[in-house]
Design a protein around this ligand. Structure first.
Ligand code: MG
Length: 269
């Protein structure tokens, strides 16, 4: 018992220093591992909502003729999205049989759901095309009345800056590439960092730096128990994952010591 008390005395202050509310779960490219689903499909959005995920992440490209579609890679089944018109791109199917969705279809499907949208703008071939894509995204999100339910992320520093400048005040925009430290993100007006798991393990101090600056921390793509535990223990605000149900279970079952530390931290806020 004495040893346990000594361990708790050592561990609780360390946990308290980064204790916050439990992380929120974001399904990476939707809940694509569910029956009948596929990455970036409408079904993956609906399934992520059905299990109570906080958010569903998805990727946006603009076709040659200016239509916005949802897909991760620059090409679908070998057909370049930026290099072809929408009527050509839209002949392509996802592995679950769905036609590659347009952003319009995706937002329409999202409207009656509760889930938050985490929209990733892919870096486009030219800055002017990417700028046009950002403007079209913002117009469409507004048209569907989803401005308060949509966050933006990008590896493109230009898209990051453009969303900050053009989206309504209070919109959350996160940067995906590790080349900006938290102070730079804060200076630019970003809501926080959305960085890869291994980079965050190398820079755990960024989490506290972000929180001190009023920024949030999202970590991707966190799908195995060891990394999920690390994110929970280190106070990540969001976990972007390919295994949303596992993350949800691990958050619910997190150690009682940590729950106590979180409650204590919440009391002090
Ligand atoms: Mg993505």
């Amino acid at each position: 018992m004495k040893n346990r008390n000594i361990i708790l005395a050592l561990v609780i202050p360390a946990v308290l220093s980064c204790a916050a509310a439990a992380p929120k779960v974001i399904a990476h490219r939707g809940y694509w591992d569910a029956p009948g689903s596929a990455e970036n499909s409408i079904r993956s959005l609906v399934k992520a909502d059905s299990i109570g995920c906080y958010g569903s992440e998805f990727d946006v490209w603009m076709t040659k003729d200016g239509q916005l579609v949802i897909h991760h890679d620059a090409a679908i089944n070998g057909v370049s999205i930026e290099g072809n018109t929408a009527d050509v791109v839209r002949r392509e199917k996802l592995p679950n049989g769905e036609t590659i969705p347009t952003l319009d279809e995706y937002l329409r499907a999202a409207q009656p759901l509760n889930i938050r949208l985490v929209l990733e703008m892919k870096p486009h071939d030219s800055r002017s095309r990417e700028f046009a894509a950002v403007k079209k995204v913002l117009e469409l999100v507004k048209q569907y009345g989803l401005e308060e339910r949509t966050d933006y992320i990008s590896f493109s520093p230009e898209a990051f800056r453009n969303f900050i400048n053009l989206a309504p005040k209070g919109t959350k925009v996160y940067y995906l590439c590790k080349d900006y430290i938290p102070a730079q993100i804060s200076f630019m007006g970003g809501a926080g960092i959305d960085y890869e798991m291994n980079n965050m393990r190398k820079h755990a101090e960024w989490i506290e730096q972000c929180h001190d600056l009023g920024l949030e921390v999202n970590i991707w793509t966190v799908s195995d128990p060891d990394n999920i535990s690390w994110c929970i223990d280190h106070g990540a605000d969001y976990i972007t994952t390919n295994a949303p149900e596992l993350v949800q279970k691990m958050i619910v079952n997190r150690p009682s010591d940590q729950l106590a530390a979180e409650e204590e931290a919440a009391r002090k806020e």
